[in-house]
Design a protein around this ligand. Sequence first.
Ligand code: ATP
Ligand code: PRP
Ligand code: MG
Length: 285
Amino acid sequence: MKKLKIAVQKSGRLNEDSMKLLKDIGISVDNGKDQLKASARNFPLEVFYLRNGDIPQYLRDGVVDAAIIGENVLVEKGQDLTIVEKLGFSKCKVSIAVPKSVKYTSIKELEGKRIATSYPNTVNEFLDKNGVKANIHIINGSVEIAPNIGLADAIVDIVSSGSTLFKNNLKEAEVLLTSEAVLASSPNLDTEAKAILNKIQFRIQSVLKGTSNKYVLLNAPNNKIDAIINILPGMKSPTILPLAQEGWSSIHSVINKNDFWEVIDRLKEQGAEGILVCPIENMVL
Ligand SMILES: Nc1ncnc2c1ncn2[C@@H]1O[C@H](COP(=O)(O)OP(=O)(O)OP(=O)(O)O)[C@@H](O)[C@H]1O
Ligand SMILES: O=P(O)(O)OC[C@H]1O[C@H](OP(=O)(O)OP(=O)(O)O)[C@H](O)[C@@H]1O
Ligand SMILES: [Mg+2]
């Protein structure tokens, strides 16, 4: 039976969440700290543990069919590759940063300056778009140190909390892109590989929908049901069941995680009691 070959970062920021996602979609596979590949026990999938930065070339060459990879790496090295699904973890930005002491008002100020980065294509594209010419110095790690040791006037690197910039006396000047982990695919998948990838995508979508929603159960007096239903949209419409206590009902529904606390406050105002909130593992619509 045909197996889909999927690349996952061998070690680093994406590894743990990528393996957790595979587990959450019901695929069990050995975590390969010391191995290059492993077969899933219960799904036609072979996992290749690779460096994030090498994955675009492997996808392009068809060595692997799909990958969990940082979107920023695809922007840098894989604009010809397809993003199948955004995965919601490892969110970060790729930004220009300059020393705190420098007055920065526009990208034009980087004309003729030295920029240290591990993302030369991303930087060149941004500079070209803005009609600025600068000298790019490619550095593979600890890019933020470059201005402090006199190697560059500015840097372009990943920013998340901003603490690495802060520690190095730098400030964010421009955001070039925002990124998160994505499921990407090779350009030339055959029908069988596509079918397996579709199954994986469907399962991922169900898990992502589940984790972005919560299941809510509450009790309410019958004369408040209409007001409460207006607050709770639910998937189709809320479920309403009579309670043993006369004049009361139990209402069940699904709420988006982002609206959660605000909705709960409004439910309480309308007389909801005994509110239970449960996580949703999967949501198949
Ligand atoms: N501080 C961060 N916060 C959130 N996401 C991040 C952060 N740093 C990196 N990432 C994301 O995780 C990906 C992997 O980063 P990591 O530092 O683990 O590996 P790397 O050194 O870029 O890659 P390789 O696997 O090639 O060694 C990045 O491409 C980016 O998408
Ligand atoms: O804004 P922050 O939250 O500080 O995150 C940004 C830092 O995180 C990443 O480095 P990482 O810790 O992955 O180390 P690395 O440079 O060795 O990859 C990235 O290269 C930045 O340096
Ligand atoms: Mg890193």
